[in-house]
Each structure stands twice: as C-alpha cells, then as structure tokens.
Design a protein around this ligand. Sequence first.
Ligand SMILES: Cc1cc2nc3c(=O)[nH]c(=O)nc-3n(C[C@H](O)[C@H](O)[C@H](O)COP(=O)(O)OP(=O)(O)OC[C@H]3O[C@@H](n4cnc5c(N)ncnc54)[C@H](O)[C@@H]3O)c2cc1C
Length: 410
Amino acid sequence: MVVIGAGVVGIAAALQLQQAGCAVTLLDRGEPARETSFGNAGALAVSDIIPLAEPGVLKKVPGWMLDPLGPLAMRWRYLPSLAPWLLRFVAASRPSRVRALTEALSALLSRVNRDTEPLADLAGLNGIWRRHGSLTLYRDVAEYRLAEEAWREKRRHGVAWELLNGEAVRDADAALLPGWECAVKVRDWSHVDDPWLFAVGLFDAFRRLGGQFVRAEASSLRERGGRVDGVELQNGGALDADEVVVACGVWSDRFFKPMGCRVPLESERGYHVTLPKAGVSLRHFLQCASESFVILPMANGGLRLAGTVELAHRDAPPDWRRAHILIDKARAIVGDFSTEDMSVWMGNRPSVPDTVPVIGPSPRHAGLWFATGHGHLGLTLAATTGALLADAMLGREPGIDMRPYRVDRF
Ligand SMILES: Cc1cc2nc3c(=O)[nH]c(=O)nc-3n(C[C@H](O)[C@H](O)[C@H](O)COP(=O)(O)OP(=O)(O)OC[C@H]3O[C@@H](n4cnc5c(N)ncnc54)[C@H](O)[C@@H]3O)c2cc1C
C-alpha cells in the first residue's frame, strides 16, 4: 500500500494503516512535514464544528475584503480561477447545508482526542501537548452576541465551554491586557508548540515500526482495468501498490482529474510569526474573534501568532506584510514583546468550499483512496482520518456515516 504525501495527514494515515496490519510505503517529493504541516498553529481544534461558510462569516466578508491586511484577503487577479470555488462556498452557507455540514464536522471532531491519544502515545509524544484550553476573546458583549448562537450550536453538539465575563477574563490569563469584556473558554483544546515536531514524531514511529519512506515525486497513478495498482514517479520509476492513498494536501488536485474526480480544492493561505524570545507567559491558546488569528504560548515565554486567510494561487509569492501585521495585532492583546530572532512562514491550507474533508474511496477506481481537503483542521483531524481510512479499507464498521466525506459529493 502506498500513501502519497507525508504531511501530517499522510503520516497519520500511514501510521494508522500500519497499526491495522498493512505494509505501508509513504512517498513524498520532499522531507516529511515541510509544507503546510510545518508551521501551523498546532491546535487540536475540537470545537471548530461550524463550517467556515456560516452566514455570520459571510456578512463580514465584504468589510474584510476592503482591507488588504485584514483577516481575509484575495488576490483579485486570481478571482476568475477562484470563482467556482467561491460560488460553492456561498452555496454552503444555506442554513440547511450549514446544519448538515455541522453534523459532519461534529462527527469527526467529537472523536479527535480518542483517535489522537493512542497515536501520540505510540510515538511517545503525549508529553508535548499543552492542555490548558483555549480562550476566544471578545472586545464587548455585542461582539460576543454575534457569535452566541454558534456557541449554543456547539454546545448542542456536545462541545463543553464556559463564558467568562469582565474580571474573570483577566483572572483566566494574567498576560491579557485589560479591555476584553468576554471570553469563551474551551477546556478540551490542546496544542503543541511545534506541529512539525509532532508530525515528525509520528513519522519516526512509522519508520521504527517498519514503515518505508520513499523520497520521490508521484507524477501519475497507474491504472489497469478500473483498478489503480501503482504510482508512476517523476524520476521514471514506479511503485507497485494494491491500494493507493492520495494525501497530498493542496497538491492533491493533480490526481483528481485524470481519475475522473471533480473536487474544488483551493489554497487558503495562512501566515505565522514565531517569536521565540517574546518573553510573555501566556497560559491559554488565544483566539481573537474579530481578527481571525491566534496567539499560542510556546516554551520559555515564546509565542506563535498564526492565522488569517489569503485567497491566492498556491505558488504566488507570499505577502509578508500579512505576517508582520500580526505583531501589532498581538501587541493589542498581550502588550509589548520582543521580536528578537523572530521568523515568518506561509502555508497552503488545502480547502474545499464546504469545510468538510475528503476521506474515502474513489467511486470509479478500485484501490484508490483520498485523504485531503482538511483546510484549517489538518492537524486536528489527521489521526481520525487515518483511523477512518483503515476501517474503510479493512471493511470494518467506522462508527460514523462516511457519506458526507465522499470524494464525489461535489
Ligand atoms: C497559518 C495556519 C495555521 C493552521 N493552524 C492549524 C491548527 O491549529 N490546527 C489544525 O488542525 N490545522 C491547522 N492548519 C491547517 C493544517 O496545517 C493543514 O490542514 C494540514 O497541514 C494539511 O496537511 P496535509 O498533510 O493534508 O498537507 P501538507 O502538510 O501540505 O502535506 C502534503 C504533502 O504532500 C507532498 N506532495 C505533494 N504533491 C506530491 C507529489 N506529487 N508526490 C509526492 N509528494 C507530494 C508535499 O511535499 C507535502 O509534504 C493551519 C494552517 C495554516 C496555514
């Protein structure tokens, strides 16, 4: 069996399949987890059950678009290519769709901790998780009220949270500047300082347990009589495989069309700033609701600022102003900090317009599987994706309805 793509999704899938008794070869054109899985915000975002295209977000989009350094920006030259994806994004905001998509995301997110912990244990990585929960910050009650229905919906789906008001917000985290009237605390959130270390830790466990890694670029899938039975490589070689899993993040599109799949996959680019010497002792993972970015504590008073969305071609040059602007925004939340030795990064979230990842078999070819489109939730859903793939491949009951994740739903 070959898994193409050694980002966190492919690595976790390879490890889960190996745990299920399969002999797995993991293939990547580069080193493991050096793309989007390298610099994300490191969170198991277990409360993010509402799809991005919820009506509340859509209302804010026009205002955001007017500010090139705001929470959401678009390279206008890219609009013609992006238009079909955007239309589907808007279509996903119909209340009935939002309800169905929320169910689909909730079914995955409610099992994330159960799926992730055994893998982390196996790789000796449970100690690297910070389990202080997250705080979503609101400047005033009016801002919180805009999000209140979404929080209630989350509670209806079993997400536990509590509302903190006034002094209780300050008491929750001494690093916060005054001026936040409300915050929602989700205790079940956890995060790692460095998501790359987590992904590579899983990769090392996969190798230690006998998994093979091949460093080469897959150019196409080999197909005979309706069955995929191998992977052709850019270097002229090939790998035989009884089953192939495509887990190439935003680059998975290369394999959709030739296999007759039409998946609207685009990059939602995001940025981070890492500040190893910020000197801020923050306890919680902070989410700034109005600015759509997060601040996470790292070791020794370090911080990572991450988030925002830029709709642009994945190969377009980064706009580093979008990373640097996060520094001022974070200073308005936790006060001044040092930027010594800071670094910036950009990654391509592999996003489908309905926010629900693609997990499951090809409808047209035996032996072909997909694990992609994880958008903002790839680290969160990696272990769960692998567990569900293993169940589906081995004919085991997955415990949830897999239809919402089908590759042919678009
Ligand atoms: C700023 C930011 C913050 C984020 N924060 C979070 C967070 O807190 N929690 C969370 O859950 N998610 C978060 N995400 C999202 C998360 O990072 C992604 O969903 C996840 O990394 C996607 O993983 P992946 O394995 O699908 O893709 P990738 O990590 O991009 O890996 C794809 C791999 O496929 C390989 N590949 C591609 N084409 C080929 C080919 N033809 N042949 C061989 N190999 C190939 C690439 O080299 C790469 O290694 C964030 C993203 C960003 C940008």
